[in-house]
Design a protein around this ligand. Structure first.
Ligand code: ZN
Length: 125
């Protein structure tokens, strides 16, 4: 079985490929700790918690999904947990469609968070 470190490495590789934007909601995520994130986006620690970067298995582990690069994307803990919390979890593609639809309507993350993070995302680096 792959070690925990392998999954962490796969998650980091995926996050880098995604420019540290959540696979589902496309908002920025933090990795080691939220300190910089809090300073950068000026949102509350409670709200920042949901943007912790997690490894998301496209094919869920419960369905036999493996810890391999092709099956791992980086997602914020909120989007990740929301998918797997459902009684009948959607597959990753369908969950992504639901999240993006709700994001477009401003009904996924709290409005103040969406505003703060989306603004920063579009600002030139
Ligand atoms: Zn997300």
């Amino acid at each position: 079985m792959p070690s925990k470190n392998t999954l962490k490495e796969l998650r980091r590789q995926a996050a880098q490929k995604q420019a540290w934007l959540c696979f589902y909601c496309q908002l920025p995520m933090w990795d080691a700790g939220p300190t910089e994130f809090l300073a950068q986006y000026a949102i509350s620690p409670a709200l920042a918690k949901r943007f912790q970067c997690t490894a998301e298995h496209l094919e869920a582990k419960s369905d036999g999904g493996k810890d391999v690069q092709i099956n791992i994307v980086a997602a914020c803990i909120f989007c990740n947990a929301t998918r797997h919390k459902a009684k009948y979890p959607l597959n990753a593609t369908k969950h992504a469609a639901v999240v993006r639809l709700r994001m477009a309507k401003g009904k996924w993350h709290p409005p103040q968070v969406m505003a703060a993070l989306a603004k920063r995302r579009m600002a030139p680096v």
